[in-house]
Design a protein around this ligand. Sequence first.
Ligand SMILES: [Zn+2]
Length: 491
Amino acid sequence: MKKLLFLFLLLASCDNVEEYYEDAYCIENINIIDAKQGLKENMTIIISKNEIIKIEKTSNFNLSKKNNIINGSGKFLIPGLWDSHVHFAFEEELASSMFNLFMAYGITSVRDTGGEINFLKEWKDKSKTNPDLYPRVKIAGPLIDGKFNVYNGNSVSFPPLSVRTASVKETEVQVKELIENGVDFLKAYEMLTPEQFGVITKIAKENGLKVSGHIPLSMDVITASNIGLNSIEHLRNIEMSSTSNMEELLTIRRNALENKKGLLGSSLRTSLHKSQRMSSIKNIDSVQLKKVLNVLAKNNTWQIPTLILYTGWAYQLYKGLEWRSTFDFLPIEIKEKWNSQIDIVESSVLNPDYTKDISDNSERKDFADWGQSMTRLMNKMDITFMAGTDTPIGWQTPGYSLHNELEMLVKSGFTSLEAIEAATYNPALYFNMEDKLGLIKEGYIADLIILSDNPLNNISNTKKIETVIKNGNLMNREFLNSLLKEQREKK
Ligand SMILES: [Zn+2]
């Protein structure tokens, strides 16, 4: 075997000797972009089975015509994208369409941030049965919430995404059970007590798992970060810890959380958001905010701001032609449901419950803008980000929505390459997979996208997808279109 390899290397190194790669394909003369190397022009990449086996300057190759060669001239290759905040369980009847939609939009991996464990395991297990065709699925299981849990299944807007834990002991039991069930990380939610939150981070550390979540309303962001919150979704509740009267606000919240009126968890949370969120944003204290951001930077507490969720809602971006055209790829019943929900919102009869926290339209815009300005500030301080969207919440078509989030990150001061990093290398790093995923390097898993235009010139070019490669499996535009069509025709 060694002798053969030597012979091959000798032959390959001689001029004029043609190289042939069996059981492989070669993408010739393509421009490669990843978060660590930036742009490398005119490269040839060899993929065999599910792996990138060789990358070199095209001029260094002398490929035999017998190879399976794909001409990449004028095109751009980026790593497969992650949507780091999705919910398979939010609209269960859409879940069976989500794999196709993700793949067609180049989302080769997703991180599900909350849902019933058995339902999620079903999708995670299914994705493993065909890694060539389905996105990689990482799951948290249910939101781990407190005694008055928010997502308790009491209304359509609050499906049972969470597990209620009424005591520290119950929290402990739940966390251990989730870990036994093979979750990839844990998600802590807003109605936990500090003691319950503490037990989650403690067990997570013992098991080498990360804890993501919303800052519990009973806590401030600095304490949560110090105790071991690894990442924050939606920048949630950071503002309440960034005013000069943050201690006073915290005391008010803690009293309210005793819930003497016996409100539903969702109503209790909404009332606290209503009373403290916008007033905090209007009264941010620059010294206190600086203190908060320094702690997040020092503790390496990551952010998944889901900017498109709030901006899409506040600025009614879902009315845009491109956004609405993606509804055509949804099963017809979902499309009709979303269209009628939007019509109802338009006629101002109903706000979806998750946006009830802010009823005033200009405040909604202020909140969305605040998210962008915080993102800009945090990125300047080298706080790490992941791109996530909360799809399908907010009428966000799975797959498509991630490209909108990339645009939002760039709008918030990211370079295009930083936006790509937030959707490729960073999630791989989050799940300790950075040695094999998220970059375009020899030995890495071949999860890749071929674009017809340069995303570094315009991040919207990530939508110009010609080919998606998942686990080495090459899917051309025609095939990707067939995946979309399959959804549309689903009854
Ligand atoms: Zn979410």
